[in-house]
Write a protein that binds this ligand. Sequence first.
Ligand code: SAH
Ligand code: SF4
Length: 440
Amino acid sequence: MSRQELSNDNTFFVRTFGCQMNMHDSEHVAGVLTSAGYRRAASIDDCDILIFNTCCVRQSAEDRVWGNLATLASPDRRPRVVAVTGCMAQRHREGIMTRARAVDLVFGMDALGRLPSLIADCLSGPLCDMGDVAEARIDCLPEMREGGVRAWVPVSHGCDNDCTYCVVPSVRGLQRSRPAEEIVSEVARLSLEGVLEVVLLGQNVNSYGRDLGGHLGFAGLLEKVAAVDGISRVKFETSHPRDLSEDVLEVMASVPEVCEYLHLPVQSGSDRVLERMNRGYGRDYYMELATRSRATVPGLTLTTDVIVGFPGETADDFADTVDLVRRVGFDAAYIFLYSAREGTPAAEWAGDVPDPVKHQRHDELAGVQDAATARSLAGLVSTLQQVLVEGEAKKGGMVRCRTRGNRVVLVPAGAPRRGVLDVTITGSGRHALRGEVVDG
Ligand code: SAH
Ligand code: SF4
């Protein structure tokens, strides 16, 4: 079949890079294409239309996509249409097709509603269409979720902050909150479809509603979502320490459906670095907030993100980060090497930390955190945990579940394959727990 003969009973495959928001956007890509009659391919090697939904938060994320595109250089090895969307599309636009000749189509999520016609049009020549943010309503487009009992629900898109290292606001735009009624009715629909846990997503969920003027805030939204019939658990990501308010902590403590899980990126433990990052808080404020969060929400699982090797980060600054991480004792942390992003203020700054130093700091901090993670997991052994069954584990013969604190628990096959269960934790490893279902 020639490229011109592509018809809508052909198959597509979406490969997603990056965060949960991207994973969820990909569910809309799949929804738009299935509604237009396309079918999901069983594997990436066997599709007519290949779509990369990309991330550009760090150079390493971009390099993975460039590497994947390079493997498609030879025409006999590539699907009929190769398309790129997501954050890299937003950042490089036509530039993607100049660098990666295999690409037929670059489109913005704001043009997603027109994807079927863009696919048809790009058969006559490479095409770039970023769409229009004023018209776009990705949340109203069809979606094809992975199915199952857990669903991501965006509460806002974009970000109003200007952390000096971060490319997100420039590729995702300013914060646009979704009206509460729209979110609640989506959650109600998901509940009818069998979803038991929703994860509310936003770059900074704590500033939810500010752009809607007089609208209810995040604490109020949490209460409404938790009250939806049939929803057993509500989680959310990400919280900005400057904006996390007391009323959100109180809702976490008092509303049973809202889980005791808080992802609160600190980024650095040095006041000087935090100031240069423009985070709007200092180390003492953060440590006090962590203590207060744990006091207000018993059993809280507290996780974080840290960037090492920010421009100008000295050995003393880094020692402050190690010290903060030790003192707070996070249950888990993602540690990133600073990556200069063109167009951000920090990318222009002197004081580049050499790569070997960045790696050495990463490894040192990861060592400290790995021990803390293992201690935190070991502390759960012999406790009773409410877990949500997610499905078959990669490891044969086990079922993969998740605690309210977002910990993975593997239980022997034979456990029920759906629903919320009580499990006794019988063992812990470096990143996950083992458990046995409590009878009855
Ligand atoms: N809105 C969220 C997540 C942003 S991106 C937040 O503010 O927390 C996810 C994480 O990537 C960030 O928390 C940060 O730790 C990391 N990150 C962002 N830009 C980065 C950069 N230029 N280099 C390295 N890590 C970065
Ligand atoms: Fe980026 Fe900061 Fe916004 Fe997070 S809060 S997306 S790190 S600008």
